[in-house]
Design a protein around this ligand. Structure first.
Ligand SMILES: Cc1cc2nc3c(=O)[nH]c(=O)nc-3n(C[C@H](O)[C@H](O)[C@H](O)COP(=O)(O)O)c2cc1C
Length: 208
């Protein structure tokens, strides 16, 4: 049975554009995988705190030297990484907050991007991602229009997530964006229609 891991990061529940796009993507994924299961982590409803001292110590402590307090401090990271490893596809819905990811999503990232677990070193000493063989779908909402405008150079959200997910091994990272959500409504509707068409195209290709 295929699993979709869905991570939501908008502080808004009902009016959220990034969640609305993710709802659509999730329902198309379920249509393409009728026996599929969705595991949802809503980071707004159940936020993860900032990373702590002992968690970092635990990350760098070899298994044979782990103590119970360090095991406790890395338990959440273990759980989140196992959710990621068990998933056949990852769906993240996120707004742009101050040009990048919301703090709640960064807190999740700090728990899952972990040495020897999701990235490591190859025999010749090069960094390598360890999360292999699954796509990442990211639905994005941005207040202003960045694409095709001078603001594009201040988009630290999409390039960051693309680099980060590639770093831990994802080879397929697809973005579906609604921009201009707090600016020009006509432009926003156009962006949303384009994103919905891209989602439909992705899954029509998967089903075909
Ligand atoms: C704390 C905060 C920071 C924001 N920062 C930006 C920003 O840097 N650039 C921008 O264009 N819009 C910004 N916005 C607007 C959101 O990106 C926009 O409202 C988006 O639609 C929110 O996502 P949602 O609809 O999924 O909740 C910000 C909103 C909040 C609440």
């Amino acid at each position: 049975m295929p699993n979709l891991l869905r991570i939501d990061a908008s502080a808004r529940q009902n009016e959220s554009h990034s969640r609305a796009l993710a709802d659509e993507l999730q329902s198309q994924w379920l249509m393409a995988h009728p026996d599929g299961k969705v595991l949802r982590r809503d980071l707004a409803k159940n936020p993860i705190g900032p990373i702590e001292n002992d968690t970092i110590v635990g990350y760098y402590t070899p298994e044979e030297a782990m103590t119970n307090p360090l095991r406790d401090a890395t338990a959440l990271s273990d759980e989140l990484i196992s959710e990621l490893n068990n998933a056949d596809a990852l769906l993240i819905s996120t707004p742009m907050y101050n040009f990048t990811v919301p703090a709640v999503l960064k807190a999740w990232i700090d728990q899952v991007v972990r040495i020897h677990k999701t990235f490591g070193f190859s025999d010749d000493g090069n960094l390598q991602g360890l999360v292999k063989g699954k796509p990442a779908y990211i639905t994005i909402a941005i207040g202003a229009q960045f694409s095709g405008t001078p603001l594009a150079s201040m988009d630290f959200l999409r390039p960051y997530l693309k680099s980060l997910l590639s770093f831990i091994g994802f080879e397929q990272v697809e973005f579906f964006s609604t921009e201009s959500t707090t600016m020009d409504e006509k432009q926003m509707v156009l962006n949303r229609e384009n994103a919905l068409a891209e989602i439909a195209e992705l899954f029509s290709a998967e089903v075909a």
